[in-house]
Ligand binder design. Structure first.
Ligand SMILES: NC(=O)c1ccc[n+]([C@@H]2O[C@H](COP(=O)([O-])OP(=O)(O)OC[C@H]3O[C@@H](n4cnc5c(N)ncnc54)[C@H](OP(=O)(O)O)[C@@H]3O)[C@@H](O)[C@H]2O)c1
Length: 417
């Protein structure tokens, strides 16, 4: 539980980065005087410039005292973790810079949330720190950005509705992600490059990427199988063509870890399937083909070291860069989750549909998602059977985050038929 003595409720570490800045801007606009929070990072001049910008949003922040903390200087990280109830970490790639802050938070008994979607690093922290974090009641909550909040909380929302309405969970949830606008940041690009480098060094990682239960602690639950497709498909129920979604490999593992850590409320043979929706008709079909082909090509190029290095140097955005403000504001996404199951009484088949949408792109929304996750942790606004551990949004925070996200402007609905 958050301590009462820390001067801050939340410290955003890496606030000078592309997504860290969006997170700080969200807190400046939304948190109000009830939240004691500040920014931290490794470069004082950038922190000062950010503080000036934040003061334009909330003049009270002009006097905000920032904290300096470099991932290579453990003492500086201890100083951050000691001063706050929650560290909201936006320093990435996490596989390069994340571990010392997780350790600092464990030593200080400080809760933690981040934006990681790096499977190789999550496996490492699960293996190294889950037991200790569980024993010591510290919440280390990964994947609180666009990856994997809509997938993970969306599934919890659908399953909670199914259990309340039909007395049984859905045996399958199928999520279709629609993106309006695109683009990615330098931090995401560097993290992606890091994953392909790790794949070269660690053949077991390739097997883990293919295994939807790679983050499930006790091994595979009985009976559930990978349901990820690698080709364009037509989803008759939703009336749309679908292509593989590039973050499905991570999101499905987070969803299954949530189910396992919460004690299998979705059932031990629950299956989760995530795709990208490209629309109906011939245009939807052509788009699904193009997305599928494009992803396969990127995968081929990224798998060859010299090509990957060239792509990184000449094509991909540099750290600190990302989509323009206009692109963030003009963008958006919708995740539609369709769960099916059989009612506890009578066995009638039912369908539950959840929707999560945002009128900002994935980066603008990630700042909101991780900022609200941090606020939930700081306020003890959590509904989970677990007091600590290396957790996911649904297992570390749960439904209170859904409510906060609605208040923050996301559209989140659930219905059945
Ligand atoms: N899952 C999601 O949906 C999602 C969404 C967005 C981002 N992300 C992830 O979040 C991470 C950040 O992405 P981004 O695009 O915001 O990256 P970015 O713009 O490159 O920002 C990186 C941040 O890390 C800081 N940093 C780098 N090395 C450091 C060190 N040794 N010690 C302390 N701070 C250090 C940078 O500080 P300086 O400013 O001083 O250089 C900067 O604040 C990436 O891993 C990305 O994949 C995930």
């Amino acid at each position: 539980m958050p301590g009462a003595d820390s001067p801050y409720d939340v410290v955003v570490w890496g606030a000078t980065g592309f997504t860290g800045r969006l997170t700080a801007e969200h807190l400046a606009a939304a948190a109000g005087p009830d939240l004691e929070w500040t920014i931290a990072g490794r470069t004082p001049a950038k922190l000062e410039a950010l503080r000036e910008d934040l003061a334009d949003v909330d003049p009270a922040l002009a006097e905000m005292e920032y904290i300096t903390g470099d991932a290579t200087d453990r003492e500086s990280l201890d100083a951050i973790a000691d001063q706050t109830d929650v560290v909201c970490a936006a320093v990435g790639p996490y596989a390069d810079y994340g571990t010392p802050m997780v350790e600092a938070c464990l030593d200080a008994g400080t809760d933690y949330c981040d934006l990681t979607g790096e499977l190789q690093w999550m496996r490492e922290t699960v293996e190294s720190y889950h037991e200790r974090a569980t024993d010591e009641g510290v919440r280390i909550v990964h994947a609180c950005g666009f990856d994997s909040v809509p997938s993970d909380l969306g599934t919890l929302l659908v399953q909670t509705h199914a259990m309340e309405t039909f007395g049984a969970p859905c045996s399958t949830v199928r999520a279709n992600v629609s993106l309006d606008g695109g683009g990615f940041s330098g931090g995401t690009a560097t993290s992606m490059v890091g994953l392909y480098e790790a794949l070269e060094d660690d053949p077991a990682l390739a097997r883990a990427l293919d295994d939807p239960h790679a983050l499930v602690p006790e091994g595979h639950p009985d009976g559930s199988a990978a349901v990820r497709g690698s080709l364009p498909q037509y989803d008759h129920e939703a009336g749309t063509w679908t292509a593989p979604f590039f973050m499905a490999e991570v999101n499905e593992k987070v969803v299954h870890r949530s189910n396992a850590l919460r004690g299998y409320p979705y059932g031990r043979s629950f299956a989760y399937h995530e795709s990208m929706a490209t629309g109906g008709g011939p245009i939807g079909a052509a788009l699904a083909g193009a997305v599928t082909g494009g992803l396969a090509l990127v995968d081929q190029v990224m798998s060859v070291d010299p090509l990957r290095q060239r792509l990184d140097r000449y094509v991909l955005p540099d750290p600190g860069e990302g989509p323009s403000r206009q692109a963030i504001e003009d963008g958006g996404f919708e995740v539609r989750l369709r769960g099916t199951g059989a009612a506890a009484e009578g066995g009638d088949v039912f369908t539950v549909e959840g929707r999560i949408s945002s009128d900002q792109d994935a980066y603008g929304t990630s700042g909101v998602l991780v900022g609200e996750a941090a606020r939930c942790l700081a306020n003890g606004d959590v509904d989970s059977p677990l007091d600590g551990g290396v957790l996911t949004p649904a297992s570390g925070i749960g439904m209170p985050l859904v409510e906060r996200l609605r208040e923050a402007g996301l559209t989140i609905t659930v219905d059945d038929r």
